[in-house]
Design a protein around this ligand. Structure first.
Ligand code: AMP
Ligand code: TRP
Length: 333
């Protein structure tokens, strides 16, 4: 079975953009691939952050991922597998300074940091893509499901793997491929010209675990038509609402409302009600799952610690082989 790996930074909550755009796909891939998914807390330290909140956010995200269907045995916490950082260091010596300097995510995030009140940019933020290469290569992943914005980091991972293989004279690392799947891009309901995102502020994202009333309110107040859409084209706000319906597998409602739209008889309130119902239904299932998991908090945490421990064995094996190959010393157990 081919191996899939992906990771997500702990932010404490999950919005419908994250769910439909990434996590739902993770859940699906578990059926046909050998999957490993990480909550990458070492990565979350690269921007100014709150140490008291980091562990809390990490566990919150773990519970959220489990509640939407990620299997516990496929899930690990990055800091419970410290070999990622060891391989990250080794990879620093196989990564091109010039190439790492060209990473656009670093440029974006460092300019965000500059605007922040601290104006602090860490070396970790710069080095982040090298740690990401370690996350991927340590499990010899064949496929990495990510968004387009991560293509540059994947290219770097392949170059590191290639340089390593050349240097040690062995095709040791598999060159990982990006798995771009058809996942919908979800827009902000408050401003459908931008994507749903937590960084834009509260009204620009809808949490998967929000109260029913809040979900309904956010959909009810969704911007539909700003009046500047050219005649004969669907406004981004309306299109976004249809995207939700499709993403929720509400095929019949989608078809009949689309027929109303085509004939010019669509009532926005009907579309919004259908979307709100669909999201509330999905959210209710996930909330019930989460409540059940939280009722067994200790057990669930132990399960994740155990799965991280199992997954760590694979990482340890890789690091041991890598140290052997590149002339470092290994402790024999
Ligand atoms: P982020 O929290 O922005 O780091 O994103 C985590 C994952 O969710 C990434 O794989 C993104 O591609 C995906 N994602 C985030 N926002 C959206 C969105 N509005 N629509 C679709 N996918 C998204
Ligand atoms: N850099 C990714 C992001 O910003 C998160 C990430 C870290 C990742 N390590 C990874 C994604 C390994 C895929 C594989 O979303």
């Amino acid at each position: 079975m081919k191996k899939v790996l992906s990771c997500i930074q702990p932010t404490g909550y999950m919005h419908f953009g994250n769910y439909f755009g990434a996590v739902e796909n993770w859940v699906r891939l578990q059926e046909n691939y050998n999957c490993v998914y990480g909550v990458v807390d070492y990565h979350a330290m690269t921007m100014p952050y709150n140490p008291k909140k980091l562990r809390e956010n990490t566990w919150e995200l773990i519970f959220n991922l489990l509640a939407v269907g990620v299997k516990a045995e496929n899930l690990f916490i990055q800091s419970l597998v410290p070999e990622h950082t060891e391989l990250g260091w080794i990879f620093n010596c196989f990564a091109s300074f010039g190439q790492v300097s060209r990473m656009t995510q670093f440029k974006d995030k460092s300019s965000q940091s500059k605007e922040g009140d601290e104006g602090f940019i860490s070396v970790g933020l710069y080095d982040y893509p090298v740690l990401q290469a370690a996350d991927i290569l340590i499990y010899k992943a064949d496929y990495v499901p990510v968004g387009k914005d991560q293509e540059q980091h994947l290219e770097l991972s392949r170059n590191i793997a290639q340089r390593f293989n050349n240097q040690v004279g062995k095709e040791y690392f598999v060159l990982p491929e990006t798995l771009f799947t058809e996942t919908p891009k979800i827009l902000s309901t408050a401003d459908p010209t931008r994507k749903m995102s937590k960084s834009a502020g509260e009204k620009h994202y809808i949490s998967v675990f929000a109260d029913e009333a809040r979900i309904r309110k956010q959909i009810k107040s969704a911007v539909t038509d700003t009046g500047d859409t050219p005649a004969g084209t669907m406004s981004p706000g309306i299109e976004n609402l249809f995207t939700f319906l499709k993403a929720c597998n509400k095929t019949e409602a989608h078809e009949s409302l689309m027929a109303d739209y085509t004939s010019g008889g669509l009532k926005y309130v009907d579309l919004k009600t259908a979307v709100a119902d669909a999201l509330v239904e999905l959210s209710a299932t996930f909330k019930a799952n989460k409540a059940e998991l939280q009722a067994n908090k200790k057990e669930v945490k132990n399960q994740i610690k155990a799965s991280s421990y199992e997954i760590r064995k694979r990482a340890q094996q890789t690091v041991k082989e890598v140290k052997e190959l590149c002339g470092l010393s290994n402790v024999r157990f």
